[in-house]
Design a protein around this ligand. Sequence first.
Ligand code: GUN
Length: 283
Amino acid sequence: MAKIIDGKAVSASVKEEVAAEAAVLKEEKGINIGLAVVIVGNDPASRVYVNNKKKACEAVGFRSFEYALDESTTQEQLLDLIDVLNRDDHVNGILVQLPLPAHIDEKTVINAISPEKDVDAFHPVNVGKIMIGEYAFLPCTPAGVMKLIESTGTEISGKQCVVIGRSNIVGKPMAMLLLHKSGTVTICHSKTKNLKEICLGADILVAAVGRANLITGDMIKEGAVVIDVGMNRLENGKLCGDVEFESASQKASYITPVPGGVGPMTIAMLMRNTLTAAKNQMK
Ligand code: GUN
């Protein structure tokens, strides 16, 4: 029976570290760290995420500046706001909550954020730095997954690591981080033919596809570390991951629950990135 990886506890310890460092910066250098959070439109899930990000800022002693823009906001107006935030010294990090309304081009918006303030690490400059292993920020969800794997004491070097999903936000950077730690990494996606066979070879399995209960216990190697990034809403309103928890936990050595696994880590790593941004901007 697998041990459950407690994302809330690991997240709390990351936030405590960040809060302690932020307090020192405030006391010794008079620096108030600030995160600007921009949300466009009324997507209910985005609203919840943004509220959680603001709460986390309060908890670690950061200022948060919320810009809740109407659904009808034009791309020009959003780019103008980003330009102002890029030049505002009170703002150390800028986060534009995705998805954006269909009439706004996400790439153009991400490219407009100053890479030094891009605490999501979505800007092509930051993505490129991740490829070569010389990064200031890591994207929050993959960075959180690495912390969770670390919390189990599992050595990544030489292990078979399987990432399911190839999104720019999770799958691709996740694979790169595991590779930087000398894992042997396989990336699976919707066109992968022998998913079960590949998963059965995984010592470390990270599922990030957004398909409820896709990964079942019979696809998991005995003793594997299983990290479930999925966050799927079932018809009955219940939240579930990409991994079928009951059967998978019979095989895994460690497993993350949904909710309470990867989710809380994403926000903790956002706080860490914002602290890093502030420190780098001081230099
Ligand atoms: N929407 C879903 N996840 C994320 C995230 O990590 N960052 C931003 N900006 N938007 C998101």
